[in-house]
Each structure stands twice: as structure tokens, then as C-alpha cells.
Design a protein. Structure first.
Length: 397
């Protein structure tokens, strides 16, 4: 019987770290925008994070065999804490409007460590959770993440009304230390790794697992299309849609974003409540989730009513999550646990790389064709995802 205590510690460590991550991004964006007044420089923060995590995903397999997974996980969290404390002293003692770009080195360093920690977190699931409970465990993780995403962005912005950014970063440092404490109580897992592999074998192990596992090859094709489709939901595109398509105030920007996350949360709660049903009919949830998301996105692109846009946004989040949780469970079952971390790092490299590139091009496309057009493109890509799922349904059973 696998220990619920270990899963609880993992969730506590991950949740506290996620909360700290949101507060840290709020702080950094506030510092940069307050210093430069440039929205472009502030927007460069998520691009820096995505680009560096892409590099991290490529390099993580090189360190997997050298240290045990728990050591890497706790070590990366400690490293993030040290970098964050360094950022506090830099901002307090040296920051000026002529050297603000140094902040991006701290952002890149923290993202580099995050890119290593994230796949390891997910790799622990099959070690700490029984196979028949993986859907439930993934639902709990997603539910927790969405609650934190909804609450932390709002609460982080409110905190800046009563405390300054340096004080908020100190709070984040405390949260990162607390995460280290929770994760340090995890046991070492029996992760078997061939330590004599050369550089190239380590770098390509995850890609080989994907290439020789039909369900993973299909899943990564779906992930690429879905990642491109999902870039229409970055804050800048939604902001333009609210202004140019809905012709309402910017408060609707926050409401539509919030509705999307609430949809994700409802989807996670449904999978948690009916985990057996989701596990039994994985293919149907994957196919229907992608197909309905496509329909709702095309409707979203054509509406001019903000209330309808709000409902459709929640629906897209809901059906997207009903697809993502069973699909994530299939990945965890597709290869032995000892190969899972390299699979996650390889898939993570693809997703972050595609997201970074497509988020730049989607803005150009919105300028050239109009903001409604990019949501139509998103809808077509989601329809293609559902078609891939339909053609390969035997892999998802």
C-alpha cells in the first residue's frame, strides 16, 4: 500500500512553491513596470521564463543519473530560495533605471531550476500513488493548482496595496523555504538510472522513449497543436479581444481570465469526484473535451456579448481540463516510472519551446488578421486535436 502521507507532503511542497511563484512574478512585473513604465519590458518576464524553462528541459536529463530525484527536487528549491534572496538585496541596494535588466538574470536562474523541478514533481506520482488512483491524484493536483492560480494572482495584487515589492519577495522567500521543508521529508524513491550512459544517450533518452511508444508520439502531436491553440489565452491577446471585439472596460479582461480558470477548477473537481468514470472512459473524455473546446472557441471568436464570452470562457476551461487530466494519466502509465522524468523533460521542452515561439507569432497574426481571427485558428487546431484522438482511439483505451 503506497503512503498517502508522501503524496500529501508532495502536494504541500508543490502548492506552497506554486503560491510563491505567483507572488514572485507579481513582484517582478510590478518592479519592472514601476521602474520603466514599459508594458513590453514587463511582458518580457513570461517570455524569459518560458525560454529558460525550454533550455532547462533539454539539460535536465544530464543531471538525472548523477543525483537522486529527491535530492534534485529539494536542491532546486533551495537554489530558487538563494536566488530570490539575492534578488531582494539587488533590488534594495543596487537597482536603478539603468541596470534593471540584471533582474532578468535572476528570473532566468529561477526558471532554469523550475524547469528541472516540475517534471520531477510529476514523476513522483506513480511512486506515491497506486495505479488505480492516478486519475484521482492528478485531479487533486490540478484542483489545488487552479485554486492557487485563481486566488494568488488576486491576493498578490491586493498585497501590493499594503506592502511594498521587497516585503512581498521576502514572503516568497519564506514560502520557498517552507516548500523545501515539506519536500525534505519525502523518502528517496527507487529510481533506477543507468549511470554509465554517455552525454548523448542521456540527452536523447526521453526522445527515444517517446519515439518507441505510440501513445506518447500521438500525445506529443496533440500537445503541440493544443499549445499553439492555447496561446490565444495569454493576457495580451485577451486584453485586445475585450477592447476591440467586446468593446467593454478592462475589468472584463480580469473576469474572462478568471472564468477560464474557474472552468479549469470545475473540470478538476469533476475528475476528482468521478475519477473511476474518467479512468474507465479516458478516450471519450479526451476526444469530447477537445471537440467541445473547439466548438466553444469558434463561438467565443464570433460573440460581441461580454456575458456570453464569460460563459464560453468558463466552458473552454472546463472541457479542456476534462481532456487534460485523463491524457496526463495515460502519460504516467505509458512508460516505467524510472523513465518518466526524461519523458516529461522532453515533452516539456517541446511545449515550452512551441509556446514561446507561438506566443510571439500569435500577436503578429492578431495585428495582421484581427483578434477574432486568432481564436478561429485556435478552434481549427483544437478540432485537429480531436481528429487525432479519434484516429488513434485504440491507444487511449
Amino acid at each position: 500500500m503506497k503512503s498517502n502521507k508522501n503524496f500529501l507532503l508532495l502536494m504541500l511542497g508543490q502548492s506552497v512553491a506554486n503560491l510563491g511563484d505567483v507572488f514572485y512574478i507579481v513582484s517582478v512585473i510590478s518592479i519592472l513596470f514601476g521602474l520603466t513604465g514599459s508594458a513590453a519590458i514587463a511582458a518580457f518576464v513570461p517570455f524569459t521564463i518560458a525560454s529558460t524553462m525550454f533550455i532547462s528541459s533539454l539539460l535536465t536529463p544530464l543531471v538525472i543519473g548523477k543525483w537522486r530525484l529527491k535530492t534534485l527536487l529539494v536542491g532546486s528549491q533551495i537554489g530558487k530560495t538563494i536566488l530570490l534572496i539575492g534578488l531582494v538585496f539587488f533590488v534594495f541596494l543596487f537597482l536603478q533605471d539603468t541596470n534593471y535588466y540584471f533582474i532578468f538574470f535572476y528570473i532566468a536562474g529561477i526558471a532554469l531550476l523550475d524547469g528541472c523541478a516540475n517534471p520531477i514533481m510529476r514523476t513522483f506520482f506513480p511512486y506515491f500513488v497506486e495505479d488505480e488512483k492516478l486519475v484521482k491524484a492528478n485531479s487533486i493536483a490540478e484542483t489545488t493548482t487552479q485554486i492557487i492560480q485563481i486566488g494568488a494572482w488576486l491576493f498578490g495584487a491586493l498585497l501590493l496595496l499594503v506592502i511594498n515589492t521587497i516585503q512581498l519577495i521576502w514572503i516568497v522567500s519564506f514560502l520557498f523555504l517552507l516548500s523545501c521543508l515539506f519536500l525534505s521529508f519525502l523518502p528517496h524513491v527507487n529510481h533506477i538510472e543507468e549511470r554509465e550512459q554517455n552525454f548523448w544517450l542521456r540527452l536523447t533518452e526521453g526522445w527515444k522513449s517517446i519515439g518507441t511508444t505510440p501513445v506518447l508520439k500521438t500525445t506529443i502531436q496533440m500537445d503541440i497543436l493544443e499549445t499553439i491553440a492555447g496561446t490565444v489565452w495569454i493576457a495580451a491577446i485577451v486584453y485586445v479581444f475585450v477592447e476591440q471585439a467586446l468593446h467593454v472596460g478592462e475589468q472584463w479582461w480580469g473576469l474572462i481570465n478568471g472564468a477560464f480558470f474557474i472552468g479549469l477548477l470545475i473540470g478538476s473537481l469533476y475528475c476528482l469526484k468521478f475519477s473511476y468514470l474518467v479512468d474507465q472512459y479516458k478516450y471519450r473524455f479526451i476526444f469530447v473535451g477537445a471537440f467541445i473546446s473547439s466548438i466553444l472557441t469558434i463561438l467565443f471568436s464570433t460573440t460581441s456579448n461580454p456575458v456570453i464570452a464569460l460563459i464560453l470562457s468558463a466552458g473552454i476551461g472546463l472541457f479542456g481540463q476534462l481532456k487534460n487530466i485523463p491524457q496526463g494519466t495515460i502519460i504516467q502509465r505509458s512508460v516505467p516510472p524510472e523513465k518518466l522524468v526524461t519523458v516529461y523533460t522532453s515533452m516539456g521542452a517541446v511545449v515550452t519551446g512551441v509556446f514561446g515561439i507561438s506566443s510571439l507569432f500569435i500577436g503578429i497574426l492578431a495585428d495582421l488578421l484581427g483578434v477574432r481571427a486568432v481564436f478561429i485558428v485556435s478552434s481549427i487546431l483544437l478540432a485537429a486535436v480531436s481528429l487525432i484522438a479519434f484516429k488513434n482511439k485504440r491507444l487511449f483505451v
